[in-house]
Design a protein around this ligand. Sequence first.
Ligand SMILES: NC(=O)c1ccc[n+]([C@@H]2O[C@H](COP(=O)([O-])OP(=O)(O)OC[C@H]3O[C@@H](n4cnc5c(N)ncnc54)[C@H](OP(=O)(O)O)[C@@H]3O)[C@@H](O)[C@H]2O)c1
Length: 163
Amino acid sequence: MPEPLVWLITGTSSGLGRLLTLEALLRGDKVIATARTRSVCKLDELKKAGAAILELEVTAPLEELHALAKKAVAIYGRVDVLVNNAGYFHVAALEEATPQETMEQFNTNIFGGLNMCRAFLPYMRPRRTGTVVWLGSIGGWMCVLLIVRVLDFPADSLPQLPS
Ligand SMILES: NC(=O)c1ccc[n+]([C@@H]2O[C@H](COP(=O)([O-])OP(=O)(O)OC[C@H]3O[C@@H](n4cnc5c(N)ncnc54)[C@H](OP(=O)(O)O)[C@@H]3O)[C@@H](O)[C@H]2O)c1
């Protein structure tokens, strides 16, 4: 029988991160479920289901993420699957969102995930194994269509998206 996988999942206080944690535990894998300090109180159900719990803010400085990775790897001896799930959709038209709001979203959804990779890849490379999963939105591919709708350009004046 194959050894159970060890997962570390970011943003497990709700939604897909919470569900993925429960599913992985159900199939017999080990999960380190993480949430930022203000939300860690929501992880009781995951703890009861068998998850190890760590506090994690993905926009924390890289040194803190390195320390977190060391602590996480010490729990089960390794992390096989890093899931960059923490993130959010900022609902606003481009000119309504402030530069600060855009920066904060990119810090969480993009740069936080990149730094998580920087913290965990040094443990995966020597083992020559490991998986990094990112959750993202198809909205990133659809923005040209949204611009067409908002600005009312004739659709055929813009390049076609690959099908
Ligand atoms: N649901 C969808 O239809 C959909 C579609 C496309 C992409 N996605 C992506 O899938 C992921 C999960 O979405 P979801 O619908 O499950 O969202 P959700 O229920 O809002 O969960 C997002 C999780 O991310 C955490 N989080 C946010 N900022 C964080 C930070 N700076 N550090 C650590 N954790 C942070 C939240 O924690 P708090 O409780 O502390 O806020 C929450 O646990 C997101 O990356 C989202 O962009 C979702």
